[in-house]
Design a binder for this molecule. Structure first.
Ligand code: ZN
Length: 319
C-alpha cells in the first residue's frame, strides 16, 4: 500500500514535471513605451523644462531603459518649444531614442500625400545625424490615409524609399485626453483628487494593454511586443512610474523600443480599412474583425470624461 501510494506520488510528480516541461511558463506580456508630440505644449502643472526632468526621472525610477520620443521640429518655433532642443538631447542622454513624427503634425487625409511627404522630409532633415535618432515614422493622429488607398500606398512607398519604417503603436493610452481634462480643471481652479487622477490614468493604460494583448493572441496566436502611444504630458511626468508599476504587477515586462520594433509585426503593414487603432487592431481588422470590437472599453472620450467627473472632480454626471 505504502509502495503504491509512493508510486502514485512519483507518477504525479513526474506528470507535473513533464507538464511543466511541455508547456513553458506562459510567456510574459511585453510592452515598450513611446511619447509623441515632442516638444509638446506646456501643461498647467509644471513648465516644459520641469516636465522633461520629471519624465526622465520617472523613466529611470520605473527602470525603463529605452523609450522613444517622436519629435515635431515645427514645435521648436513655438514659445513652449524654447529650450526644446536641449530637452530632446536630455532624453537621448538618458538612454532614450528620438524619431520622426512629421515636421508640423499634419493629417494625411487633410493635406494629401505630396505636401505630407514634404513635411516628413522637413522633419527628417532636422533629425538626421542627431544622437539617438532612429529611422521610424509615426503618423500624426495615426492617420495612415486608410480612406484613400492610393494616398496610403503613396506614403508607404515614400517611407520605404527613405528607409523609414512605420513607428506604429499597438496600445493607445488615450493619455492626451485625460491630460487635457486635468489641465483644464487645474486652469479653472477646480479641486482635483490627484490620487484618483493617478488611478484613472493607470487603469486606462493597463486595460488598453490587456485588451490589445487579448486581440493579438486571438489574431496572431501569439503575444507580440507591444508599443504604447503616450505623449510628453504633465500627466506622464506625474504618474508614469505608477503606470509602469501597475503594468508589472499585472504581469507585464517592459521592453526597449528597439526590441519592440524587431517584433515580426513590424514587417506587416496591414491591408486594412481600419488603421487608426494601432497595428494589432489593424491586423485584426484585416483578418475580418469589426473595428467596433477593436476599441478598448475605456478608450472613449465620453467614458473618460464621465469617470474624470465622478472620480477626480467628485461630480456626478446628469444622465
Ligand atoms: Zn501626435
Amino acid at each position: 500500500m505504502t509502495r503504491l501510494v509512493s508510486l502514485r506520488l512519483l507518477a504525479l510528480l513526474l506528470l507535473a514535471g513533464l507538464f511543466d516541461f511541455a508547456s513553458p511558463a506562459v510567456a510574459a506580456k511585453r510592452i515598450a513605451l513611446s511619447f509623441d508630440d515632442v516638444p509638446r505644449q506646456a501643461g498647467a502643472f509644471m513648465t516644459p523644462g520641469e516636465r522633461t526632468t520629471r519624465l526622465i526621472a520617472a523613466l529611470r525610477r520605473a527602470r525603463v531603459r529605452q523609450a522613444a520620443f517622436f519629435v515635431n521640429p515645427r514645435r521648436l518655433e513655438e514659445p513652449y518649444g524654447q529650450g526644446g532642443e536641449a530637452r530632446i538631447a536630455a532624453y537621448v542622454a538618458a538612454g532614450h531614442v528620438i524619431a520622426n513624427h512629421s515636421f508640423s503634425h499634419p493629417s494625411l487625409t487633410q493635406i494629401g500625400p505630396d505636401a505630407y511627404i514634404a513635411d516628413i522630409d522637413r522633419a527628417a532633415a532636422w533629425l538626421h545625424g542627431r544622437r539617438g535618432y532612429r529611422p521610424w515614422y509615426r503618423y500624426p493622429y495615426l492617420d495612415e490615409g486608410a480612406r484613400n488607398i492610393q494616398w496610403r500606398d503613396q506614403v508607404r512607398a515614400a517611407l520605404a524609399e527613405r528607409h523609414l519604417r512605420n513607428g506604429y503603436i499597438t496600445v493607445d493610452s488615450y493619455d492626451w485626453f485625460l491630460d487635457d481634462l486635468a489641465n483644464r480643471a487645474r486652469r479653472a481652479g477646480l479641486t482635483m483628487d490627484m490620487d484618483a487622477l493617478r488611478d484613472l490614468y493607470v487603469e486606462i493604460v493597463v486595460q488598453a494593454a490587456n485588451f490589445e494583448e487579448a486581440t493579438a493572441r486571438a489574431t496572431l496566436g501569439r503575444s507580440p511586443i507591444h508599443v504604447t502611444l503616450m505623449h510628453e504630458t504633465d500627466l506622464e511626468a506625474m504618474f508614469l512610474t505608477d503606470a509602469v508599476a501597475a503594468l508589472r504587477a499585472d504581469g507585464w515586462e517592459i521592453a526597449t523600443i528597439d526590441e519592440a520594433y524587431r517584433d515580426p509585426i513590424a514587417a506587416r503593414e496591414p491591408n486594412a480599412a481600419y488603421l487608426g487603432g494601432g497595428r494589432i487592431a489593424a491586423l485584426a481588422n484585416e483578418a475580418g474583425r469589426n473595428p467596433r470590437e477593436l476599441i478598448p472599453p475605456m478608450n472613449q472620450e465620453a467614458t473618460i470624461q464621465r469617470l474624470f467627473n465622478e472620480r477626480v472632480l467628485h461630480i456626478t454626471s446628469e444622465q
